[in-house]
Write a protein that binds this ligand. Structure first.
Ligand code: 5RP
Length: 250
């Protein structure tokens, strides 16, 4: 009996995983199909598992040989190469026509939490350089208010020497902060592509109208390189729903 229960549970989990995967693909394909225009030649490709489908769709464009893609990290670089796209850099292109990226959470005003994959600094550089910044995500990320989901709060990239001071300051600001560690934990802190640490800080739920104020306070702490709050940067978010539809948030 218990074997049957375990099997049913596994089937249920697989069904859920398939649904999430389908909704990621749906969001990514819709976002590319509706927003990538013939005059867009420099494209930002973000990080994470949803962006895999963005790179796949961009790689299917008939004019792909004319496109240059700017990555937000190592994984993203690999995605660009694997899909036969041309790799560029922010050093070569000061502005990007359109950038697509995933998100850990999106609120009602399109503020996002990003940085689950520790690439938030490059992601923000690319988003900031882009004329159009489009979020792609599955339905679990559409939380309405930031801080509602299962994530550990907002990721912050900090200079290693400043981590302890910043942990104290974040606690004083009302957050529950911890340095992100690698796997296994005894391997020590996660080191970003820029040689910094990541602190995850849980501020519980933050109203959309308060995100900017909180972000400004964190950014003012000496040693904070960048935060995973993307305030008012996205023009649209494509959310793949569990019922096979896509919602566009603007
Ligand atoms: C990485 C990110 C990702 O875009 C974010 O974590 C979403 O990832 P996924 O598409 O796998 O859910 O910000 O730093």
């Amino acid at each position: 009996k218990s074997e049957l229960k375990t099997e049913l549970l596994q089937l249920e989990r697989q069904k859920m995983a398939d649904l999430i995967e389908k909704s990621k693909k749906l969001a990514a394909y819709s976002a590319v199909d509706e927003n990538l225009k013939p005059n867009h030649k420099v494209i930002g490709i973000g990080s994470g598992s949803t962006v895999v489908y963005v790179a796949e769709r961009v790689g299917q464009q008939s004019n792909k040989s004319e496109l240059v893609c700017i990555p937000t990290g190592f994984q993203s670089k690999q995605l660009i190469i694997d899909n036969g796209l041309k790799l560029g850099s922010l050093e070569e292109f000061a502005s990007i026509d359109i950038a697509f990226d995933g998100a850990d959470e999106v609120d009602s005003q399109l503020n996002c939490i990003k940085g689950g994959g520790a690439c938030l600094l490059q992601e923000k550089l690319v988003a900031d350089s882009a004329d159009n910044f489009i979020i792609v995500a599955d339905y679990r990320k559409n939380t309405g208010i930031l801080g509602k989901s299962w994530t550990k709060g907002v990721p912050l990239e900090v200079v290693p020497a400043a981590y302890n001071k910043i942990l104290k300051q974040l606690t004083e600001l009302g957050g529950k902060a911890q340095v992100r560690s690698g796997l296994p934990a005894k391997a020590g802190p996660v080191i970003t592509d820029n040689g910094n640490f990541i602190i995850d800080c849980d501020f519980s739920q933050v109203e959309a109208s308060k995100v900017k104020e909180l972000n400004d306070k964190i950014k003012a702490m000496v040693g904070v390189v960048e935060t995973g709050y993307f305030v008012g940067m996205a023009q649209k978010a494509y959310i793949g729903n569990a019922d096979g539809t896509v919602s566009t948030l603007k």
